[in-house]
Design a binder for this molecule. Structure first.
Ligand code: NDP
Length: 295
């Protein structure tokens, strides 16, 4: 990879295939360095470009994907929930989750999918954790929780959702209940102590503890964090949230959100390019460099 200060330089020619990310804002996205590092590593004539797209321009931006013959795009906050109307179709998974983060071509049609769930599963796999038949406690019921709960239920895990807004957690459980065993409990010490008994995995999908509110921690009782518990936090800034730090001090194995970010990117990359095994190591290194450059 030819690079300066962690920025990959991809030569662009008349033949270069273009993918990118639509977001608002998009300046701090780690996806361009991650995908461009993979293209460079594989010697592919592709480039990944960030585009700042205001929500009111999403239709025009998707028309641009078609007009420019782009090979696909990622979509991030706040466009994930509003883009579907501008596509030719979305996957069953994206429909149920209610969000699209990857736009791709299939049989001449522009389709949408959510790769957050598969990325989350792959991140667990990377850590040697199989949620099938296990009890998993999920903190949060927002957009990322929907992708995570869907992936866990699909994998045959027993899922317990704890959210500050209990109405939102109950609605999620009701909506996803047909997928398997899912229940809602309050986001409080006592209910989490009960929920974590016999649990194999604890996932934080809330933004509690994320920069700049790094001092915050979800109300997980320390004594419920047994060494057999795998604790994963979707947050990657800071690299170790207070929750992960507490879990590590209690002897739990932990993982931050970098791996999910890399793995969801790898799933999108594979879908656009047909490359079956994207270079996750190269992508991870690029993401870590991009995050470090932001600090
Ligand atoms: P949403 O805004 O959709 O959901 C936020 C969640 O956090 C809700 O459950 C909300 O609860 C909860 N929450 C926020 N503040 C508090 C608080 N003070 N106390 C208790 N609960 C709180 O966000 P997303 O789901 O999209 O993202 C959540 C986190 O996941 C972010 O940190 C994001 O960066 C990260 N993420 C990481 C990814 C990765 O690849 N690693 C992918 C996607 C997201 P309530 O419903 O009560 O408001």
């Amino acid at each position: 990879m030819s690079s300066s200060e962690g920025i990959s330089r991809v030569p662009v020619r008349g033949t270069t295939k273009v993918v990118g990310v639509f977001g608002y804002p998009v300046k701090h996205s780690a996806s361009p360095p991650m995908h461009n590092a993979a293209f460079t590593h594989l010697g592919m004539d592709w480039v990944y470009v960030p585009f700042e797209v205001a929500p009111e321009n999403i239709g025009a931006a998707i028309a641009g994907v078609r007009a420019f013959g782009m090979a696909g795009v990622n979509v991030t906050v706040p466009l994930k929930e509003i883009i579907a109307a501008h596509l030719d179709g979305i996957t069953e998974r994206a429909r149920i989750i209610g969000s699209v983060n990857t736009v791709f071509w299939e049989d001449g049609q522009l389709k949408g999918d959510s790769t957050d769930g598969p990325g989350f599963r792959a991140a667990l796999r990377e850590a040697g954790v199989d949620p099938t038949g296990r009890k998993v406690v999920v903190l949060g019921a927002g957009g990322s929780a929907r992708a995570v709960v869907y992936a866990l239920a699909e994998a045959g895990a027993q899922v317990i959702v704890a959210n500050r807004n209990q109405e939102r957690a109950r609605a999620l459980v009701e909506e996803f209940g047909f997928l398997g065993r899912i229940e809602a409990v309050p986001l409080a010490e006592e209910s989490l102590r009960d929920a974590l008994r016999d649990a194999a995995v604890l996932v934080n999908t809330t933004s509690v503890g994320m920069h700049p509110r790094e001092d915050e921690i979800p109300p997980v009782p320390a004594d419920a964090l047994l060494p057999s518990l795998f604790v994963t936090d979707l947050i990657y800034n800071p690299a170790e949230t207070r929750l992960l730090s507490l879990a590590r001090s209690r002897g739990c194995r932990t993982q931050n959100g970098v791996e999910m970010l890399v793995q969801q990117g790898a799933v999108s990359f594979a879908r656009w390019t047909g490359v079956e095994h994207p270079p996750a190591d190269v992508m991870r290194t690029a993401v870590l460099a991009a995050i470090a450059a932001r600090q």
